[in-house]
Structures are given as structure tokens and as C-alpha cells.
Write a protein that binds this ligand. Structure first.
Ligand SMILES: *Cc1c(COP(=O)(O)O)cnc(C)c1O
Length: 406
């Protein structure tokens, strides 16, 4: 594959020295920090090469075999190959699943699903932002909360876990058009089967947004939502370790959801697809289908478990008591016994550890200075770190946060 130690490579002969300098400086920054941002990763040189290729020059409005511009013979092959690799990676049958490779990123992918399938004003049942949902799950400042009505749900207060019985009652009472599962800050396993039952009991579509989990599902270290969902969306740049972008998987059947979603992406929301991006996604999907990637995914989980255990041992409260993924939510505030999420994040950045401040469920503080931080192990696992390294990272985090605590 590619060297884990040197995941970032640079253009050496750019004539635009101003931008070159900024790129090189950012490269240096990326190399010099410990990156615990749960949604980031480092892509291979092959992914960068595809992204930086001449495919960016081509207009390809439409879909493979049905374009609005000439000269798309080769571009069609790129898109077809990307679809083929996506099906293979997630063990899907082409008679059962349709794939749209064109959404420019995760948010536009989710928007396209609603534009295609949810009547304006109808209800989207999604986790509220402060419990770990994404903006595009119907939150009020997002277009998805302006054109549709969110039925928010959260985790249970005592356990900080999903309460499927309560979700079922809510769905039956509210009758949403679509239920969205899959989150940005929920560290535990989600029972996709239970979500299927809830969707069936309330007559809703089930969309799983596995943006954070794509690489873990691909590596078979996290349960696959495909047996249960009508629609699966994922970003390609988080645990999947590809370029920024997204994929929409749609179940093919007599409901014709696939046609509706394709129309929503183009011409509904977008013009020409970014074919350099599609090619780079195809590269990442192939990389993700290797035994080395499966090992990588397993290591992400081991590292997260080690990090959570060590922080917990050192007295920090881990939301929900642990993790089943790459992601850990730490309650740094601990009802005033600790420090705020913003202060924690600022202090860690000064010490070379990059994290993000994050609300915790039922947060008593504000989103701009919440009670917690979110940590993820995908990026540093790409750089070859193992459990013992994460134990050391936990030690360092503890030192930095404690400097103020006592
Ligand atoms: C990251 C993420 C998105 C949005 O992706 P962007 O590429 O930032 O638009 C959507 N949903 C979830 C659950 C995510 O984690």
C-alpha cells in the first residue's frame, strides 16, 4: 500500500509560490501535531494523484451512459468502476443496491436524499445536534431544518445510550417520513435492526448516515447497516480514508427510490460531478478492500479502546462509559470538577494535540463552550500508532488537562 509514516506528499514545482508556501506550511503543521479529530484522516499518494489529475477538466453532467456533454467515454468508465468497487467493498448485489457517486460531500448527499424522498415540510426524525446528530439530520440552522420539520431524539439520560423503546414510541406518535440513524458523536454500537423495526412500525423510510463509520463497516469491525436500511449515505473522507466526498446507496425495488435520488442529485441540486474526486474515491474504495485495511480498521478500534480505558483510569469521565468505534466523547467538565471543553481543546492544541470541543448529552454548558471534547483514533492509526502509543497520548492529555484542574 503506502507508507504509514509519510502519508502526506507535496507538489514540488508549483509556480504559485504563495499558495505553495501555504500548502507546505499546512503539510508541516499536519506532520507536527497529534491529530485526534474524529472526522479526519490522511489519504494515500494514489488518492492525491487522482484528485490532482486532469479529470478535473471534464464536464460530465448526467450519469454514466447518459451524459449531456460529449467526450465522456472514459469518464463513464471511472464512474462505473467507482460504483463497482463500492458494491464489492460492502458485499452488495447490484440487483439490490444502486449507488450515486456524485454528491460533492456528506451534507449535499443527505440533502439529496430528502429532496428526492421527503415532501417539503414533512418530518425528518433525527438525533438532535447536542446529543450527537449532524446538522443535516434536520437541525434548525441547516437547510434540512428549514424545508423540513425535525422530530429530534436523543440518548437516555442515565446510560447515555439509545433507548429503542422510547424511539419506537416517538416514531409511532410523530409518523416521520424518514428516520435517520448514524451520528457524529455517538461512540457505541447502533442496533440497525431495531431501527428497521421502528421504521416499519411507523411507516417511515430508514436512512443510515454512516459517515463516521464507513471505514469501520468496510473493515468489518462495526455492524453493517445494509441489511436493514433503505438508504445508506457515507462521507468518503473519515474512517474510509478517501478524498472529501460522499456516496449514496439506495435499495433498488418497485418504490423507485434510486431514480428519485439520482434526479435529486442531478439535475435537482448539482451540475457537473467532480470526476477527479470520483476517481479518488474509487482509489480509496480499492484500498479499503485490502486485508491491510481490515487490519487498520481493527487497530482503530483497539486504539480507541486503549485511549478510553487510560483516560478513564486517570479519572476522566467517558460519555456512555466507553466506545465501540473510533470515537470517544470525554466529559472534561465533570459538573465543575474539571475544565470546559473549549479550555480543554485550547490547552491541548497548545500542547500539539488537536481535538474538537463537543457538547455531551444533556450538556449544562453552551455549544460554544461545552462540557466535553471528542477524540478519534482513525488519523493517528493511519500514521502507524498502536495501543501503547495511545496510552501515552492519554497520559499527555491527562497532564495537560490536570494542569488547571487542581
Ligand atoms: C461528517 C458528517 C456529515 C457531513 O459531511 P460533510 O462532508 O462535512 O458535509 C454528515 N453526516 C454525518 C453523520 C457526518 O459525520
Amino acid at each position: 500500500m503506502f507508507s504509514l509514516k509519510e502519508p502526506i506528499c507535496y507538489t514540488t514545482d508549483m509556480k504559485d509560490t504563495q499558495i505553495k508556501k501555504l500548502i507546505d506550511t499546512e503539510k508541516k503543521r499536519q506532520k507536527s501535531v497529534i491529530n485526534l479529530i474524529a472526522s479526519e484522516n490522511y489519504v494515500s499518494q494514489d488518492v492525491l494523484d487522482a484528485l490532482g489529475s486532469e479529470l478535473t477538466n471534464k464536464y460530465a453532467e448526467g450519469y454514466s451512459g447518459a451524459r449531456y456533454y460529449g467526450g465522456n467515454e472514459i469518464i463513464d468508465k471511472v464512474e462505473d468502476l467507482c460504483c463497482e468497487r463500492a458494491l464489492k467493498l460492502f458485499d452488495l448485489n447490484e440487483n439490490e443496491w444502486h449507488i450515486n457517486t456524485q454528491p460533492l460531500s456528506g451534507s449535499p448527499a443527505n440533502l439529496a436524499v430528502y429532496v428526492g424522498l421527503v415532501p417539503q415540510g414533512a418530518k425528518i426524525m433525527g438525533m438532535s445536534l447536542d446529543h450527537g446528530g449532524h446538522l443535516t439530520h434536520g437541525f434548525k440552522v441547516s437547510a434540512t431544518g428549514k424545508f423540513w420539520t425535525q422530530v429530534p431524539y436523543g440518548v437516555q439520560k442515565e446510560t447515555e445510550l439509545l433507548d429503542y423503546e422510547a424511539l419506537k414510541n416517538l416514531a409511532i406518535a410523530e409518523k416521520p417520513a424518514i428516520i435517520v440513524a448514524g451520528y457524529t458523536a455517538y461512540p457505541r454500537k447502533v442496533d440497525w435492526k431495531k431501527f428497521r423495526e421502528i421504521a416499519d412500525a411507523s411507516g417511515a423510510l430508514l436512512m443510515v448516515d454512516m459517515s463516521h463509520l464507513g471505514g469501520l463497516v468496510a473493515g468489518k469491525v462495526y455492524p453493517s447497516p445494509f441489511p436493514y436500511a433503505d438508504i445508506v449515505t457515507t462521507t468518503t473522507h473519515k474512517t474510509l480514508r478517501g478524498p472529501r466526498g460522499a456516496l449514496i446507496f439506495v435499495r433498488k425495488d418497485e418504490r423507485g427510490l434510486d431514480k428519485k435520488i439520482d434526479k435529486a442529485v442531478f439535475p435537482g441540486l448539482q451540475g457537473g460531478p467532480h470526476m477527479n474526486q470520483t476517481a479518488a474515491i474509487a482509489v480509496a474504495l480499492k484500498e479499503a478492500s485490502t486485508p491491510a485495511f481490515k487490519k487498520y480498521a481493527g487497530q482503530i478500534l483497539k486504539n480507541a479502546t486503549a485511549l478510553a480505558a487510560e483516560l478513564s483510569k486517570r479519572g476522566w469521565r467517558i460519555v456512555s462509559g466507553g466506545t465501540d468505534s473510533h470515537l470517544i466523547l470525554v466529559d472534561t467538565w465533570m459538573n465543575g470538577a474539571g475544565i470546559s471543553g473549549k479550555e480543554a481543546s485550547d490547552r491541548l492544541e497548545a500542547a500539539g494535540i488537536i481535538v474538537n470541543k463537543n457538547t455531551i448529552p444533556f450538556d449544562s454548558r453552551s455549544p460554544v463552550d461545552p462540557s466535553g471534547i471528542r477524540l478519534g483514533t482513525a488519523a493517528e492509526t493511519t500514521r502507524g500508532k498502536k495501543e501503547k502509543d495511545f496510552k501515552k497520548i492519554a497520559e499527555k492529555i491527562d497532564q495537560v488537562l490536570n494542569a488547571k484542574k487542581k
